[in-house]
Each structure stands twice: as structure tokens, then as C-alpha cells.
Design a protein around this ligand. Structure first.
Ligand code: FES
Length: 162
């Protein structure tokens, strides 16, 4: 049974996770295990703990929630190859994601749960390079963010026996 949100306890969980080397995914999983559905207060904690901005923290949290609630369903990763994202290095980031996932551009994972789809604009051109996982946008993607996305997907696969 999840307990009510408690900032002191949430900080203790976050500190323990960080000491163990955890990134956003296991940290979110630990918080969700303790408190159930996470709200805006968890965004503040992610900003404080991970040093990310609020936009990124909110995206991570929404993504984590969304994929858990749609566990077992197929997911699409869309990396923008539009001109403006291309000028900001989307090709290398897409190649990095493809290599880490073992799924080529236009490809699908062996279990059919993940497809990797290029798109040619996602309407976030000023914030490129961009990616979307299902309907969750990930603007200003860099190598660390791309690795974080893959880590998140791998953790979800593990959580749900993929
Ligand atoms: S060119 Fe990539 S979002 Fe528009």
C-alpha cells in the first residue's frame, strides 16, 4: 500500500538511490514503489536530486508513468531527422540510440514492443534535436539524454519481463 508523500522520506530514498549510483529510472521506480502515483512534488525532487531542469524532470516523470500504465503495449521512438534537428546532430544521436537498442532506423525490436521511426519534424524545431517516445517529447536531446532514454526503455523491459 503506497504511503502519502513525505518530503523527508522521499529525500532519504533519493539520497540512497544516488549513493548506489542510480539514474532517473531506478530513482523514479523507488519513489513510485514508496508513494504510488507521483505528482508535482516529485518533479521538484528530481530537479533537486538530478540537477535537471523542470521541463526535463516533468518529461521523465510523465514518460515513466505513461509507459508503466501501458506496460506490455508496443511503443514507438521517433527521432526527428528534419533539417533543423539535423543541423544540431540528430543523426549521431539516432545512430547512438539505434546501436544501444540494437534496433536500426525503421526497425522493430525482436519482441515487437519497440519501433524506431524517423520523422521529419515534430514541431519543436527551436528545441532540437528532438525525440518522442509515444507522445512524450524529449527536446534538446544530447548524448546523455539519449543514453538515459535507452536506460529507461531497458529498465521498463526488465520491469515487465521483456
Ligand atoms: S526539424 Fe526537428 S522538430 Fe522540427
Amino acid at each position: 500500500m503506497p504511503e502519502p508523500w513525505n518530503l523527508k522520506r522521499a529525500r532519504a530514498i533519493a539520497a540512497a538511490q544516488r549513493r548506489a549510483g542510480a539514474t532517473a529510472v531506478p530513482l523514479l521506480a523507488a519513489l513510485a514503489a514508496a508513494f504510488g502515483r507521483l505528482g508535482e512534488e516529485a518533479v521538484d525532487l528530481l530537479v533537486e536530486t538530478l540537477g535537471v531542469d523542470r521541463f526535463s524532470a516533468r518529461g521523465l516523470m510523465l514518460f515513466h508513468r505513461d509507459v508503466r500504465e501501458h506496460a506490455g503495449q508496443p511503443h514507438a521512438i521517433r527521432v526527428c531527422r528534419g533539417e533543423r534537428c539535423r543541423a544540431r546532430g540528430c543523426e549521431a544521436l539516432g545512430d547512438r540510440i539505434a546501436m544501444r537498442l540494437g534496433v536500426p532506423w525503421y526497425g522493430r525490436s525482436a519482441d515487437g514492443r519497440w519501433s524506431f521511426v524517423p520523422v521529419y519534424c515534430q514541431g519543436m524545431c527551436d528545441h532540437g534535436p528532438t525525440a518522442c517516445v509515444d507522445d512524450i517529447p524529449f527536446p534538446r536531446l544530447d548524448a546523455i539524454g539519449a543514453d538515459g532514454l535507452v536506460d529507461l526503455m531497458e529498465a521498463i523491459d526488465r520491469d515487465h519481463g521483456g
